[in-house]
Each structure stands twice: as structure tokens, then as C-alpha cells.
Design a protein around this ligand. Structure first.
Ligand code: DGL
Length: 270
């Protein structure tokens, strides 16, 4: 038994490394649906079906608790999966809520009415599907009033990262930040609402300017997951092996993952 971490590709490794650092004794099983990435250009039905089968794979492979370390899947599939009902003893969590709780200065489970918060203008960078879902704005509206959100759909960035074309990824980040700034010249905070984007965090920060706080989803999710496991220790795995599965080519995915995370990562075929 272990905790499952799911993403369409390599982006969730940014979350995985943060949760491993926070919970060194917990074994994690990572699942990259590289054969179907990117998700961000798919429609919500497609994202739901792909996410559901990936989560079921992890449930069947010894993970009672699965974290969708993918904003696109969290936006398009999480609520629907939870509403449809998950099997007895299984859980699926997303990455949106910890981020929004941090932005709105809330503790886990604080369901008090929406209120004014320190931040009033937020730039959201995410995949086209996440932006189209408006899930971020919906979750934010449950918790805060008076926050102006400008969303930028960052087409092409995930593909460039998955292909290892960092020159293209960098050029796209700067053009998406320029486009955002034309709509909102001075955001106070920026959310990297795709788990691939921390791999380009320096480029986002440089293009946005030093005075914009860029929220790191990986560390917020790690804190929130550690808190969840402390409250629900029955979901903590007893196994000791970290494993990595992909629906893509394991050799290719392992090479890219090792390059990005700067440690040896070896994927197996899912
Ligand atoms: N890492 C995924 C996310 O957080 C990328 C989605 C995609 O495959 O386009 O949204």
C-alpha cells in the first residue's frame, strides 16, 4: 500500500518531490499518462475518462489514496469523480484547494463565508482546459470576495516541456506573460496553475518581475497532504518502494524525468 500521485506527464514530479521531502517515510507510486499527454487541449469528457482510468489503476495497484497532481484533471474530473462516488476505503484528492486556501489565508476545512483577503489581483497561468473550466474562479468565490482574476491559457508550454524543448517553452512563457500583462498590467500574485510550470518558475518570475509573488503549488500540496495523512493515518501506506509507471515509452520518459528532476528516475510500463 502506498500513496498514488497522478499527472498526465512529468509535471506531477514537481509535486512528488515536494511530498517526498515532506514525508520521507511514505512510499509513493507515480503514474504519468504520457501516452495521452497533453490533457490541456482535450475536452472535459476525455479528461474525465482518462483520469478515471489512471486513478483506478493506482487504486488497483495498492494505493488507497490518490492525489491528482494535475490541475487540468483536478479541474475537469475531480468533482465529477467524487460526486459519482469512490469505492469503499479509497480516496481521490486534487491540487486546487490547498493553493486557494493559501491564497485566501484559510486553514483546511474552514467553511466560513467568503471574505476579503490581502490579495486583490491575481494572474492565473494554466492549460486551456483548466482556464475554460473556470474551476479556479469557482473555488476562489467560495472563499474570498473582491479578488480580480485574470487567466491566461498557456497553449503549447506543456508540449514543449514534455518534448524537452526548453527554448520553445521559455519563449512561450514570455509571450504568455506579456499577453497576461496586457490584460492586467500589475498583478499582485501569480498562480502557476499547472504542475508542469514550476519547471519554468524562474522564467515566469523573471517575466513577471520580482514584485509579483508566485505561489508554489508543490509545497502547499505537500503540507496539505501531510496534514491529511496525519488525520487519516489509515491511508498511509506500509510498503517501502517508490514506483513510477507511464503509459508512454518508459525509456524516453525516464530520460526526460531524470533530466528535469536531476536525479535518476526509472519508469515502468503501466
Ligand atoms: N500538469 C498538468 C496540469 O497541472 C498538465 C496538463 C496537460 O497535460 O496539459 O494541468
Amino acid at each position: 500500500m502506498a500513496v498514488g500521485i497522478f499527472d498526465s506527464g512529468l509535471g506531477g514530479l514537481t509535486v512528488l518531490d515536494a511530498v517526498r521531502a515532506r514525508m520521507p517515510d511514505v512510499p509513493f507510486v507515480y503514474y504519468a499518462d504520457s501516452g495521452h499527454a497533453p490533457y490541456g487541449v482535450r475536452d472535459s469528457e476525455d479528461i474525465y475518462q482518462l483520469t478515471k482510468s489512471a486513478v483506478e489503476y493506482l487504486w488497483e495497484n495498492g494505493c488507497d489514496l490518490v492525489v491528482l497532481a494535475c490541475n487540468t484533471a483536478s479541474a475537469a474530473a475531480l468533482r465529477r469523480m467524487q460526486e459519482a462516488g469512490v469505492p469503499e476505503g479509497k480516496r481521490v484528492l486534487g491540487v486546487f484547494v490547498p493553493l486557494i486556501e493559501a491564497l485566501t489565508e484559510r486553514q483546511w476545512g474552514d467553511n466560513s463565508p467568503p471574505r476579503e483577503v490581502a490579495v486583490s489581483s491575481v494572474a492565473l497561468f494554466a492549460t486551456p482546459a483548466t482556464v475554460a473550466s473556470r474551476a479556479f474562479q469557482r473555488e476562489l468565490a467560495f472563499r474570498a470576495v473582491g479578488v480580480d482574476v485574470e487567466a491566461q491559457a498557456c497553449g503549447g508550454v506543456v508540449d514543449a516541456i514534455e518534448d524537452g524543448d526548453m527554448i520553445l517553452a521559455e519563449a512561450l512563457v514570455s509571450s504568455h506573460v506579456d499577453a497576461l500583462k496586457r490584460k492586467m498590467p500589475k498583478p499582485q500574485a501569480a498562480i502557476l496553475g499547472c504542475t508542469h510550470y514550476p519547471l519554468m518558475q524562474e522564467q515566469f518570475q523573471a517575466a513577471l518581475g520580482a514584485d509579483v509573488s508566485v505561489y508554489s503549488q508543490a509545497s502547499l500540496v505537500a503540507e496539505s497532504l501531510a496534514d491529511y495523512i496525519t488525520r487519516r493515518p489509515d491511508f498511509m501506506g506500509s510498503g517501502k518502494t517508490h514506483r513510477y509507471f507511464t503509459t508512454g515509452d518508459p525509456a524516453h520518459v525516464s530520460t526526460r524525468a531524470t533530466q528535469f528532476m536531476r536525479r535518476e528516475i526509472s519508469f515502468e510500463k503501466a
